[in-house]
Design a protein around this ligand. Sequence first.
Ligand code: H79
Length: 459
Amino acid sequence: MKRIVVLLTLFALFGSFAGLQAAEGVKPEATAERDARMKWWREARFGMFIHWGVYSVAAGEWKGQHVRNAAEWIMNSADIPVAEYEPLAKRFNPVKYDPAQWVKLAKDAGAKYIVITSKHHDGFCLFDTETTKWDVVDATPYGKDLLKPLSDECRRQGLHFCTYYSIMDWHHPAQQHGPKTYNPTKIIPERKAEYIEYMKTQLKELLASCDPEVLWFDGEWPDWWTEEDGRNLYNFLRELRPAIIVNNRVGKGRAGMEGLNKKDREYSGDFGTPEQEIPATGIPGVEWESCMTMNDTWGFHKYDTNWKSSEKLIRNLVDIASKGGNYLLNVGPLADGEIPPASVERLEAIGRWMKINGESIWGTTASPFAALNWGRATVKTSAAGTTLYLHVFDWPSDGKLLVPGLRNEVRGAKLLANGESLELSSDKKGAVIQLKDKPVDPIDTVIVLTLEKAPEIVK
Ligand code: H79
């Protein structure tokens, strides 16, 4: 038997200073300050992503043709000239838009924050901006800012309001593209400074009107956007809003996640952003959030009915939490403001599970186990002790659940759903919990183990 006892404690991965090096204007950030800034985001574990824009009008179809691929990429995928794309805005009139209902939907699902596209790659702004007429106020029959009411509603209902923003912009005249694709853009070198000013002005407007708590950048991959540009933009935002949280795509962080591991933090941004994937073992030493779709598109696509099951989505949430990450789950509303019924149904199913089992997700940290053949685990630590949540996906046929290598004295075991206590014994492989014949919830039945101290696992 291996005698290596792994003691899981919280440790300061970045040493005493977690902030960016050579951050002009932004003071280096002590670990305690960073912890305070990241606190709500770390505890949230679940957020709702919203992709909405004039591409929602096209909804995956152009000139009668079904355009495959993500609906928000249609301008690129169907190679639509700017002059032909712009009239879509005339048909963007979200009369059914109900921010209170959207926020309630997210909240009832158990999400703690919302991230919405303020500007996607097509450059169209969902907020009021003086920098361009290519925004919802000036270019659509709706004529009103869409984000301010949503941010107000988030605050009213106690959710954190956050915005997505694309650096690449297919509409801005400073950026050019190849003959057959918009992606990636090139910048007209003498107009780069002007475009950066344009972004900064828009971001200032957005901060002033909506005060987003996360700035979620994307479209950072064109060669003209550099890591230095990213750092400058990061610092610009942190100076304006010291508490703001910014994703790694502000700079070239996606290409170099490993850089975030280093003590001197080579790359800008506060968290990693795996897209449409869950890292096999999490990302040690890095905070991260997996963004994923319910079907195969971000923006609404009328031909995409490839919906994942509620079971899959719930288990994704649990899987991600067990690896120490956040789940940012997308919805793509229709141009009229309706959230697709298939998405609503799934959010409601997640909500039903979260209503009973939410405490095993919010505020938890990663599993102390290398792997569990029946499911996942999450941990919650408080002054009173430690709670180990066991998420049973595959119910053991003999009713005996082995918690491999657990050395702690266990104060008690119970079902989270109904508080029923469970019998515990131990054998040389670890703790054994006696279960009933049937799961409480076939998707994931949660068992609560109360421990005196942090889990001690023999691997
Ligand atoms: O906003 C969502 C996507 O539009 C965006 N990020 C998420 C959050 C995104 N950026 N890059 N990608 C998605 C992957 C890019 C895939 C591409 Fe393609 C392959 C671009 C061109 C070829 C997918 C397929 C989009 C168009 C065709």
